[in-house]
Design a protein around this ligand. Structure first.
Ligand SMILES: *Cc1c(COP(=O)(O)O)cnc(C)c1O
Length: 473
């Protein structure tokens, strides 16, 4: 039984009367009459089944206006990442470099995606990135697809369908819930031959498993976890030497796509793609949107014959990269032609290597500005600049914390979960980290251009406006 059951429905104005209201007519011109009509119906439904509302036009029209604005605001929105997790899968992993954003925008219209401008003949979309990838990785050939899961699937299907692939039990990883090495292997039609144990796999274990049906040796970088203690694994060079003895290719799933020494900051144990190629991996696969700092994409770099076979596989068409991602990838890779430029321009690398003092200054700037604008006494919270631990995230460098600074917000009067919710529903949305009844705003992941919008969004909420999406329209 709803609260308004007893309300005479005749008192609620008819849809045709509401829709004729001048303010709604003007919103109808902007967003379409159908949007307004749906908003009216939704509002009236809510009134009929909710708490008693005065059924006057003056009351109903603003409710409809709110509903219209809610319904037309995009679902996919800008978020300020104050979590301290640089590659946050839920927040779209890697933010793009400025030149990559421009490249995407250029590629939105017609482009020479598959046209060779020199000859006027049909070209390959791969041509826009292949030579860059060859130069940067040292590989003979390269192919890009939709993501790294697709890259691994394509390589395994092409090289090993119906045949055996040897993998260490310590590398049968799950990444991000949906990428499980055994499942991808099954999907590819390759037959998984597990060797060794969870913590120890020796080169001899691989040797003992090699047979006439062995199509490849697979090494997977355990991106998101680390086995410590009593452990052993075969190195890529050992595997390559063994593979050469039996003429079996070694596939290396490197995960993150690190393309330069020192780019991942101190203490990095991420494998370098060019090292893996140099050590003799026949095919190396990696993501475009992890440490590489580009768009979602998967790269296969390696021996020309293998890459060519992958490109010819009909599955490649189903897994192909789209033009916008390709544009962003090309622009990102160009930045890597000079590692110093990459470090400055690729946001992920900039965040990893940003001097601690700068991060600390940003936290202090934020705190002072908010306290100055709102007045310390008027604040519904206590702010404190604190040390913090950021991380790479995205399944890269598990256990490696990056020193950082944050502003700790201890709300007074509202629960921290409520404060977090108001910030999430603001525009832009702000996502922090909840720790011990406080909200942590970690400045390692706040892009410099977002400092001002972040300050405004937080100030709005701390000034007592918990109205979420209504803010800043
Ligand atoms: C992240 C990761 C993948 C999956 O890559 P996506 O680009 O997310 O598809 C596969 N293998 C390894 C080792 C990874 O780290």
């Amino acid at each position: 039984m709803s609260d308004n059951e007893g309300l005479p429905l005749r008192q609620i104005p008819a849809v045709h009367r509401i829709i004729a209201h001048p303010r709604l007519i003007s919103l109808g011109e902007r967003y379409g009459r159908a949007v307004v009509k749906r908003a009216i119906e939704k509002t009236l439904d809510a009134i009929r089944s909710g708490a008693p509302v005065n059924p006057l036009l003056e009351v109903i029209v603003p409710l409809v206006e709110d509903e219209i604005l809610r319904s037309v605001s995009p679902s996919l929105r800008k978020v300020i990442n104050a979590t301290g997790v640089i590659l946050h899968t839920n927040l779209g992993r890697s933010p793009l470099a400025e030149t990559a954003i421009e490249a995407v925008s250029r590629a939105c219209g017609y482009s020479n995606l598959e046209l060779d401008l020199e000859t006027g003949q049909r070209g390959s979309r791969q041509a826009h990135v292949e030579s860059l990838l060859k130069t940067l990785t040292g590989a003979e050939a390269a192919l890009v697809v939709n993501n790294n899961a697709a890259a691994v699937l394509l390589v395994l299907t092409t090289l090993a369908s119906g045949r055996q692939v040897i993998v260490s039990r310590g590398e049968l990883v799950e990444i991000g819930g949906s990428f499980r090495v055994p499942d991808v292997m099954a999907m590819s039609g390759a037959i998984l031959a597990e060797v060794g144990t969870t913590n120890k796999t020796r080169i001899g274990d691989y040797r003992a498993a090699i047979g006439a049906e062995t199509a490849a040796l697979l090494k997977v970088h355990p991106s998101n976890y680390r086995i410590t203690g009593f452990t052993q694994s075969a190195s890529l060079s050992e595997l390559v030497a063994l593979g050469e003895e039996f003429s079996i290719p070694v596939i290396f799933d490197a995960g993150s796509g690190l393309l330069g020494e020192g780019l991942a900051g101190k203490g990095s144990e991420e494998p370098l793609v060019q090292c893996a190629i140099k050590e003799g991996a026949a095919a190396v696969t990696f993501s475009g949107d992890k440490l590489l700092g580009g768009p979602q994409a998967g790269v296969i770099a390696g021996r020309a014959d293998l890459v060519k076979a992958c490109a010819k596989n009909p599955l490649a068409r189903a897994l192909r990269i789209d033009k916008l991602s390709l544009a962003a990838l090309e622009a990102t890779l160009r930045l890597y032609m000079d590692p110093d430029i990459a470090r400055k321009e690729v946001p992920v690398l900039r965040m990893v290597t940003r001097p601690l003092q700068e991060v600390r200054n940003a936290a202090h700037r934020f705190k002072s500005a908010i306290e100055r604008d709102l007045g310390v006494d008027a604040l519904s919270a206590r702010l404190e600049v604190v040390e913090s631990e950021a991380s790479i995230g995205g399944g890269s460098m598990p256990g490696t914390a990056i020193e950082s600074w944050a502003v700790k917000i201890v709300p007074a009067g509202v629960k921290v979960s409520e404060l977090a919710r108001s910030l999430r529903l603001g525009n832009p949305a702000v996502i922090g980290r909840i720790e011990d009844n406080a909200l942590i705003i970690d400045f390692r992941t706040v892009l410099p251009g977002d400092e001002e919008p972040l300050r405004r969004a937080v100030a709005r909420v701390l000034a007592g406006d918990h109205s979420g999406s209504k803010a800043n329209t």
